[in-house]
Design a protein around this ligand. Structure first.
Ligand SMILES: Cc1cc2nc3c(=O)[nH]c(=O)nc-3n(C[C@H](O)[C@H](O)[C@H](O)COP(=O)(O)OP(=O)(O)OC[C@H]3O[C@@H](n4cnc5c(N)ncnc54)[C@H](O)[C@@H]3O)c2cc1C
Length: 716
């Protein structure tokens, strides 16, 4: 806790202690205040402004310091000022006092609590950000919930003070009027507890729960309206039908089968979807061969002479297929059938919120009724409508794997992760690669110096990187394929033999019932879902690339868990998809991995941060491996070891980041990473050294100064 916070905390503690020590609590009792009412009434008649001012200040002070006495003071307000003015004065005084207590709690305790209870506070913060005003209003309507507790607890959350103020004022009004009104009959009241009869408490509870009930009701009405025109089957043949057997669909089906639900998965193409057949698996297999070639070319660095590799591109591509075949059983019909999933090869179409029509690849047709549906239809490469592109022809990540001849000159359109991974791999395999990117640099999502490391390596390896080039037109001139690019207002031509389009992927949203059911899409053309991954129809879920916003296998699988569990158990309990620590990696050389914020994003979002950077060029293992390059860059909250985000560039970055993902997910700071034994000599030590950089920058200078003197004294 900082010194200023400690000072405020101490001042408040002293004030509260003084209040009790001088018997303040005895003055603010119901009986004492009641006895003072007639004196207060005559004072108010002769000095109305002073009386109101003094009362207001006293009220704000008592409630602002969270001292006991708010209820008797409110009653006295009614007795002295009457119902109308009493209600007005108490309403403003109690809200001002509540806001003061809220601010004090925020200033003194929030940072400390958020840090210590990070794990528990994260979902609370998320809830408050989304619906905090609503919950505060509900709590304020129920006088049984202690006023001071609400002020102090809300101060620990990210709720804005202005929201807290006005919601409190509105929410407490009904209760204030009841108490002030009771105060006008003070003589008849024997104790504050007498004010709230069982009937009144019941009414307040009803009032308090009204917004919650209203919300549920509105939700139910909305759902009814959405479902209105669809006849609901009396019985369902399945608990879950999953559309698409890629990373997302397979995980949903797996979970359903694991909890003994009756589940059918429908895949129109190949089990395993994009990742296994055309995405992660083939690309990583190709990248590995390319990397081996690159290492052989660097043989001299390892003290070897004349190492050369001869290869046949077709065999390399056959190896890629072999890798796919080896992994295929993990996603196969046989495996999933054995797990209890009904696997159907065919095209699925949602025909109502509870039915899916399946046109089997074997010509069979049938319709299954189901309680819930999970849409996991994936995405496909986006091909921009650039004039001439259809005439010159192009490859995408879908069609690339059928190639058996290495193109002499390859244009890779796109400087994102997929474009970069493939551009480098093909260059290492011997193609003359020109990579064309419209934006000013490669890997635009990463910090500029990280992207620059990749770009520098690409250029060193012979990739002709053309950033800031807009592909304008494709032409075939005298049998030669030419791309016309525009750079700073000037056109230039790039000749090529093959074109690989890697400018992004769009969700598959057409042809399987979304239009007919009126299921809306987002601006990014993905299926619109809420935080539970429900679409417009609460029993239809979407996950993976089709739902976005991420396009990774691990995020698809992560979302799939929520979609399946909510689809099967949502009537009992629903879970919000947790995106608090989403990692990813781009498997270029150097590899780039990230979790949480980088500097660019932190600046854009106005989030204060500190950076600790450790250069991997200094790491023993990296030096021994001739891989002494790259960086571990950690963003932390100012003055704290709380991790906001990490970027790693270098050998095995995608593996190294896992430690930080776990740390962020479970609220572990850099101090704990520093205090963890890392095996020597490993690349993972880089994480510990990055934590060490942070620690060094935050070394307690004053303590060190005294230690120096202590040691000098010990030396005599
Ligand atoms: C070249 C490349 C490299 C990649 N590398 C990585 C990586 O290294 N790491 C990573 O995390 N991610 C990577 N990805 C991304 C990853 O492949 C995807 O994010 C992931 O596969 C998405 O899974 P999904 O289940 O959402 O969709 P998909 O895997 O696309 O599965 C959707 C399935 O639904 C089927 N389908 C669609 N409509 C219907 C219908 N009406 N009826 C029946 N079936 C239907 C499709 O045939 C498809 O099989 C890469 C992608 C590419 C292209």
């Amino acid at each position: 806790m900082s010194r200023s916070r400690l000072l405020v905390f101490a001042a408040i503690a002293v004030l509260v202690a003084a209040f009790f020590a001088f018997g303040g609590h005895k003055y603010l009792t119901f009986d004492n205040l009641k006895a003072q009412v007639s004196a207060a009434q005559s004072y108010y008649l002769s000095n109305p402004v002073k009386a109101i001012g003094g009362y207001f200040l006293l009220y704000v002070l008592v409630t602002g310091l969270s001292l006991p006495g708010a209820v008797p003071l409110t009653l006295v307000g009614g007795a002295v000022f009457g119902l109308l003015w009493g209600s007005v004065i108490v309403s403003f005084a109690s809200t001002a006092g509540a806001t003061l207590a809220f601010l004090v709690s925020r200033f003194v305790l929030r940072e400390w609590v958020q840090e210590k209870l990070d794990k528990y506070m994260r979902p609370i913060n998320e809830g408050v950000r989304r619906e905090g005003g609503f919950y505060l209003f509900t709590l304020r309507l129920i006088p049984a919930v202690p006023y001071s507790a609400i002020n102090l607890v809300m101060g620990l959350t990210p709720m804005r003070p202005w929201t807290f103020y006005w919601v409190s004022q509105c929410g407490m009004l009904a209760g204030t009027i009841v108490y002030v009104n009771a105060g006008t009959q003070l003589a008849a009241i024997q104790s504050p507890s007498g004010i709230l009869s069982l009937g009144v408490i019941g009414s307040f509870l009803l009032l308090g729960f009204f917004p919650l009930l209203a919300k549920k009701f509105v939700g139910a009405v909305k759902a009814r309206r959405v479902y209105a025109k669809w006849p609901k089957p009396a019985r369902f043949e399945r608990n879950l039908v999953v559309i698409g057997a890629g990373s997302a669909g397979l995980v949903s089906a797996y979970i359903a089968a694991a909890v003994k639900a009756k589940v059918t998965i429908v895949e129109k193409h190949r089990m395993g979807g994009d990742c296994l057949n055309t995405g992660c698996v083939p690309s990583k297999a190709l990248i590995k061969t390319a990397r081996v070639l690159s290492t052989i070319r660097r043989a001299k660095e390892y003290g070897l002479k004349n190492a050369v590799a001869q290869f046949d591109f077709a065999e390399v591509m056959e190896r890629v297929q072999r890798v796919i075949s080896t992994i295929e059983p993990h996603d196969s019909i046989e495996r999933y059938t054995a797990l209890g999933v009904e696997c159907v090869q065919g095209e699925a179409k949602i025909t109502s919120p509870w039915s899916v029509h399946i046109s089997g690849n074997d010509g069979t047709k049938r319709t299954l009724t189901t309680r819930s549906i999970v849409i996991a239809a994936g995405a496909r490469p986006f091909v921009p409508p650039i004039p001439g592109i259809e005439q010159t022809g192009y490859l995408t990540s879908d069609t690339l794997w059928g190639m058996r001849e290495l193109p002499r000159r390859l244009v890779v359109l796109g400087g994102g992760p997929i474009g970069c991974e493939l551009a480098q791999a093909f260059a290492r395999l011997g193609a003359r690669v020109t990579q064309v990117e419209m934006l000013p640099r490669l890997l635009m999502r990463e910090d500029p110096e990280i992207a620059a490391m990749v770009e520098t390596r690409f250029r060193e390896e012979g990739v002709d990187v053309r950033t800031g080039h807009r592909a304008k037109e494709f032409r075939v001139e005298d049998g030669r394929k030419v791309l016309i690019c525009e750079r700073e207002g000037r056109d230039l031509a790039i000749e090529f033999d093959a074109l690989l389009v890697a400018v992004g992927r769009i969700a598959n949203t057409a042809g399987y019932g979304l239009e007919e059911l009126g299921i809306p899409l987002t601006k990014a053309r993905t299926v619109e879902t809420n935080e539970f991954l429900q679409t417009l129809y609460p029993n239809i879920y979407a996950c993976g690339d089709v739902a976005g916003p991420f396009q990774f296998t691990h995020t698809a699988a992560h979302q799939a868990w929520y979609a399946a569990v909510n689809g099967l158990f949502g009537s009992l309990k629903k879970f919000r998809a947790d995106y608090s620590a989403i990692p990813w990696a781009t498997f270029t050389d150097p590899e780039v991995a990230r979790v949480g914020l980088n500097e660019t994003e932190a600046r854009e979002k106005g989030i204060a941060y500190e950076v600790s950077t450790y250069g991997i060029d200094d790491l023993d293992r990296a030096i021994a491996d001739e891989e002494a390059h790259g960086v571990v860059k950690v963003l932390t909250a100012p003055g704290k070891d709380r991790i906001l985000g990490v970027t790693i560039a270098g050998e095995h970055a995608g593996d190294l980041i896992a430690e930080f993902v776990a740390a962020m997910r479970h609220g572990i700071g850099l101090n704990k990473i520093l205090g963890t034994i890392h095996i020597y000599p490993t690349m993972a030590e880089a994480n510990k050294y990055a934590a060490g950089v942070w620690k060094k920058a935050h070394a307690p200078q004053r303590v060190l100064h005294y230690l120096e003197r202590f040691h000098a004294w010990m030396r005599g």
